[in-house]
Each structure stands twice: as structure tokens, then as C-alpha cells.
Write a protein that binds this ligand. Sequence first.
Ligand SMILES: [Fe+2]
Length: 294
Amino acid sequence: MRVFAISDLHVDFPENMAWLRSLSAQDYVGDTLLVAGDVCHDFGKLEEALRRLREKFAGVFFVPGNHELWLTGSDCPDSLEKFDRTLDLCRSLGVEIGSKKVGEGAAAVWVVPLFAWYVKPEEGADSLFLPNNGDRGDLSGWGDERFVRWPSGAGAPRAADCFLERNLPHLKRAYDAPVISFSHFLPRPELMFHLEAFGTSLPPRVRFARGGFNFSRVAGTRALDEQIRTIGSRVHIHGHQHRNRWRTIEGILYVSHCLGYGRERAVGLIRNLDNGPKLVWERGALPAGQTDSY
Ligand SMILES: [Fe+2]
């Protein structure tokens, strides 16, 4: 039994759905796949993607990303309701959304899905926000601002807390085998940077993208890393940024392996994609020969 990871499949793009359909129907029949969010906002396409992956892998685990919570074309009143309906869809398809031990004996591993949302800088110190000289605080081009809606009302919690608190049962249990956790959102600021740009301290000036958009405003939360460390993860998979990573920080291997958008692959923003999902665990251990490299 091997464990593979993929994220940000974005199958609303036909070439991405074609990539998914083209994955081997034979190569992964004994394996587990972790899908770290952002498959599609459209329920029909999300269902097709998850169903096809279930046919190719022995087991599929999923956490929703921000795109699953977009209300575009949905009759859900708010994004929390869309989240719950997404989990219902997973249950109906036999896609795992809770923690579960997979594999036998010494090869067994616990897989723990961790739900989350990002914390904006004005929402708390657990934001991954880093100042950027070109940052005008403008999120008008960020789709979540238009397509995500939270239930309102006095005393409503931060969006991130609605999801992080759902992970509490995972934090209270004992694990009798190595733990692999996964989330859509980023748990640490270092992961926003390529290894070459990452030394003992963060770059003094953070440049993320065009137009003054500063991704770190919507990247994730440090609270997620606290949960990852509480459960003793050996490996944590994340998605969301559309940059691939394989990096050990303070004893935990962090991996991002996303499909992303064709335009990002074309210009090399998404690298090291190989030909399919990323192997992250094999015969009770990390895959041999892979070192921190990006
Ligand atoms: Fe995302």
C-alpha cells in the first residue's frame, strides 16, 4: 500500500479533467490518494472527479478547499452549508473525510484530514500575513470575496475557527502508527517560498504576484500547524498556493503537489509535477531518494 497526494485539480478546466481521466486504471488499485482541496466549485464536476478517483485508487481522502465553498451556480444559502453538502457528497461516494488507519502491520499509517480556512491579517496573529511593499490590501481580484458567503450575525466566529474546531476530535485521540495529515490551506509562512528563497529567515521583502495582490493575506493559518504538531504528523500535505513543495521543517515533511492551472504549468510556476499524484509514503516509510528540493 502506497500513499499518494494531489491538490488543486480544478477540473472545471477541461484539460485538467482530461489529465484526471488519463490516470492509470491499473497502477494505483492498491493505493491511497489524498486530495487536498480545490477540485471544483461545481457539484457535478466534483462528483465526477471523485468518482473516477475512487475507481482508480483503493481509497480516496478529501478535504474541501476554498473553491468547493464558492456559491456560484449553487442553491446553498451560505458557504458553511456548501461545506456540509460537500462532505455529504463524499460520504455518498465512499470518499473518506475523517481520520482512518490504512495499510497493515508495520506498513500501517494513519491518515488525518484537517479542515481549515485562511486567517486574514486583521483577523488574528495566527494569520500567515507578511508585509509586502507593493501590497495595497486589495482583494478585489480574489474570487472568494465574491463567491464565498458566511452566515452572519453577532458573535459569529472567524471562518477559520468554524473549521479548525471540527478537527478537535483528531487532536484528542492516540495514534498507534505514523500520521500523515493533510489540509488545503498552508500551515506555515515558509511554505509560500521556493527553497532557494528560504533560508534561516524569511526574505525581508515579499513579492507574490501582480497588481499588488499579496497571497499571504489568504494563505492559511499557524493554528493549523499547531494541530499538525499536536497529532504528531510525520508528513503534512497542503495545497492552495499552486506552488509545489517538498520540505522538512522542524521534523515534519511538508509536501504540496498540485495540478493547478494550465497557464501556470506552461510558464513553469508549477514545477515538479511529474506525471501523476506524488508518492509520499511507501511500505511504512518515506519514499527513498527524495530530499528537500523545492
Ligand atoms: Fe485554494
